[in-house]
Design a protein around this ligand. Structure first.
Ligand SMILES: [Zn+2]
Length: 333
């Protein structure tokens, strides 16, 4: 591959070629250009970068973060071996991991061309991973493992060859990602009839955070169901056939004897049956609805008991007064 013609100077050219509507592929090309043009690298990426190298992995980091970078390097080497064995896909080539130290470094490199909920970005066919060290939700090491699944798949499949629900669900399951509240996300979508089709999940990168969470939750459950049904051996078979024949549909037919529509129907029915009222246990719901409701009920119960007590006292006083009056009347008579 030759360096792209748009890399002509010190100017950071993201906006121009993202605007061309080829954002992910172009992003990868741009960073790829850095490896050819190492002299311009430090200037083109805002801030200073240092690098440590393993056998086939390089980790780029900001000055002062070498210990952390080494931890990422060791973790990446171990994770790639594990993922490779689990999925039956060999790892070859190189992986380049960039650690964005803070929000400004993250934004400076990726600008606003990726969703604001993203904490890791991978250009799979080039083996480039970009990680946000101070993510909102997940540990960066978990995000790293998730992204390395994309890297490994990218060594064997071209972009779009595997459906996104499968790639994302697989990356989540393999990385052991704690998808906080996925059951409540699914149950809410289930009750409001807003579950996404597999075709819609394909567009996840254009979704806002809550819709993306739903897409990831569905992907996670779909792959979890697949693994529960055919085991990791079945997943390895699916990937092997898909790689050999170059077709995901062929792999489904050969290994599972069904097509994606059948599989989607099965997954959706399973979600509809299994995730209905989970949102009731969601912490926000408990904090903002259940606890205030219980407090109101407790308050009303106390009030009601007091009113009944006052009334009983009034009744008793009344009866006592009537008793006194009749006693006085009896004495007078
Ligand atoms: Zn992913």
């Amino acid at each position: 591959m030759t360096a792209p013609p748009y890399f002509t100077g010190w100017k950071w050219p993201f906006s121009s070629f993202f605007a061309a509507g080829r954002r992910w592929r172009n992003f990868g090309l741009l960073v790829y250009a850095f490896f050819y043009l190492t002299a311009t690298f430090a200037v083109a990426v805002p801030g200073r970068w240092e690098v440590i190298r393993g056998d086939s992995i390089r980790v780029y980091f900001s000055p002062g973060r070498e210990r952390l970078a080494r931890q990422f390097l060791e973790n990446a080497e171990t994770s790639l071996k594990q993922i490779s064995a689990l999925l039956g896909l060999d790892y070859h080539g190189e992986t380049y991991i960039f650690l964005a130290n803070d929000e400004s470094q993250w934004k400076a490199v990726l600008q606003d061309r990726i969703p604001d909920w993203s904490e890791g970005v991978t250009q799979p066919e080039l083996g480039i991973v970009y990680l946000k060290l101070k993510g909102d939700r997940r540990s960066p090491l978990v995000v790293l493992k998730h992204e390395l699944v994309h890297v490994l798949l990218g060594k064997h499949f071209s972009s779009g060859q595997l459906p996104r629900w499968f790639e994302e669900g697989l990356a989540m399951l393999v990385s052991g990602e704690e998808l906080g509240g996925y059951a409540s996300t699914l149950s809410r979508a289930n009750l409001t009839g807003s579950l996404l089709s597999f075709d819609e999940v394909e567009q996840v990168l254009s979704f806002r955070r809550s819709k993306a969470q739903l897409a990831y939750a569905e992907s996670f459950v779909a792959v979890k169901l697949l693994v529960e049904s055919v085991g990791w051996g079945g997943i390895r078979d699916l990937l092997a056939v898909a790689a050999m024949r170059g077709s995901w549909d062929e792999a489904l037919k050969t290994v599972l004897e069904l097509d994606e529509k059948d599989l989607e129907w099965y997954v959706m029915r399973k979600i509809e049956r299994s995730y209905r009222w989970d949102f009731l246990l969601q912490s926000e719901f408990v904090i903002w609805v259940v606890i205030p409701a219980l407090a109101v009920i407790a308050f009303l119960a106390v009030r009601f008991r007091r009113i009944r007590t006052y009334r009983r006292w009034e009744e008793e006083e009344k009866q006592q007064d009537e008793g006194d009056e009749s006693e006085e009347a009896a004495e007078l008579s």
